[in-house]
Design a protein around this ligand. Structure first.
Ligand code: PMP
Length: 420
């Protein structure tokens, strides 16, 4: 099939762009779990806008609400003024998400992106505690702004800042030092080591599964001990659920399975529901100490996103959506295990849970080659991990079984071709 030209992008856009290199075509249309390019080629989407499209492209119910709202001249932008759209979102978030889980948080709209939510969390933790250092973990990813980057554990991304980044300490994530090293005890010893003159951190920021870092999953026990350690030491626990939240792992929040209650939660990506920019910082009520205007920004009032976000929450009104995600996660897992068992020479290891899974390969460059090959057959997949060693599968949560199996067949075929 013919391929559209990328000439305009190659000549006019900054060299910093990256996804156009993994997916060298020009996309024009998208629906559900499918995308089409300008030459009419069809692609199955196992990338979902890096997790921003959990409810699929142009979700019909969300689109209807959005179109209706625009047709009625609903407010589109409002800074943080009170609007009907925001009211509706807040009420539904309280009723459908927080209340049934016994959670109590103040909701802050920190700006349009995940990094905005992380920045707000870091700032607030420092203001509340009066301390400056934040503990991040090896292989963590929290965003590209200076604060978020300072707690990001990726050498290449940090290099983008040009100069050393301050106010953070990197600690080993669960499993980073091998299964026989207890990294919580290690963290505990570092925090207790007042003799070295190292000051107590303001907060710890953690992903329950490191998405960009290679689908590294923290165990439930590790997360529970981390929470306990934070509480005992007066350190705030921030869970960055930007990528794993909004149902990616099955439950709305990824930490629900561990039964922990973070002090601050970062959400973005799929919270807007339609791929519209939106982020939330959820703040334990007693920590909500900012004065009006102490942390503001122009694009906190994306009312179009409030409309689709409120509608998307309808998926969470019953247990059914979680059950569906888990069932599709099981299909995904068994196929990935089948693939790794069929080709042991590729040294593949299946990682993740729910609709956030992938295969980490022991052979350098293999995951990248697989992603290139699947793309040539009409499947969009990305790599993750510091050395791009993981072929990552992250379809829209609403993908049907047929689409999921079709995509997995392309993956299996591609792995087979590469292995032989
Ligand atoms: N935190 C996590 C866990 C993420 O995965 C990302 C984005 N991949 C971010 C923060 C940053 O979000 P954004 O790109 O919207 O700034």
């Amino acid at each position: 099939p013919s391929k559209p030209s990328l000439h305009v992008f190659d000549t006019l856009e900054s060299e910093v762009r990256s996804y156009c290199r993994s997916f060298p075509t020009v996309f024009s249309r998208a629906k559900g779990y499918k995308l089409w390019d300008t030459a009419g080629n069809e692609y199955i989407d196992f990338f979902a806008g890096a997790g921003a499209l959990n409810y699929g492209h142009n979700n019909t119910a969300l689109k209807q609400k959005l179109v209706q709202y625009i047709q009625n001249d609903g407010v589109s932008h409002s800074l943080d003024m009170a609007t009907e759209a925001k009211e509706q979102f807040l009420e539904r978030f309280q009723k459908v998400i927080l209340q049934p889980r016994g959670l109590s948080y103040k909701v802050q709209f920190p700006g349009p992106t995940g990094a905005n939510s992380v920045e707000s969390a870091l700032k607030l933790a420092r203001k509340v505690t009066g301390r400056s250092t934040v503990v991040g973990f090896t292989n963590a990813f929290h965003g590209m702004t200076l604060g978020a980057l300072s707690v990001t554990g990726n050498k290449f991304k940090r290099r983008g800042a040009g100069v050393p980044l301050h106010h953070s300490v990197s600690m080993p994530y669960d499993g980073y030092l091998g299964s026989d090293v207890d990294t919580i005890t290690y963290l505990e010893s570092c925090i207790a080591d007042t003799g070295s003159g190292i000051s107590l951190p303001a907060a710890v920021i953690v992903e329950t599964i490191q998405g960009e870092g290679g689908i590294n999953e923290a165990s439930i026990g590790w997360l529970q001990r981390l929470e306990k350690l934070c509480k005992a030491s007066g350190i705030l626990l921030i869970v960055d659920d930007v990528q794993m939240g909004c149902g990616r792992t099955g439950t709305f929040f990824s930490f629900e399975q561990a039964g922990i209650k973070p002090d601050i939660i970062c959400l973005s990506k799929s919270i807007g529901g339609y791929g519209l920019p939106m982020a939330l910082t959820l703040i334990a009520p007693e920590l909500d100490i900012w004065e009006p205007g102490e942390h503001n920004g122009t694009f906190r009032g994306n009312n179009l996103a409030f409309i689709t976000a409120a509608e998307a929450l309808r998926y969470w009104e019953s247990e059914q959506f979680t059950n569906e995600i888990m069932a599709k996660g099981d299909i995904l897992r068994s196929k990935l295990l089948e693939i790794t068992k069929s080709f042991p020479e590729l040294q593949g290891e299946v990682r993740g849970r729910g609709l956030m899974q992938g295969i980490a390969f022991g052979i350098s460059g293999l995951a990248e080659r697989i992603c290139e090959r699947v793309f040539s057959k009409g499947l969009i997949m990305e790599t993750s991990g510091t050395d791009s060693e993981v072929a990552k599968i992250m379809p829209p949560l609403v993908i049907d079984e047929e689409g999921l199996r079709k995509g997995l067949d392309i993956l299996e075929q591609s792995v087979k071709e590469i292995a032989h």
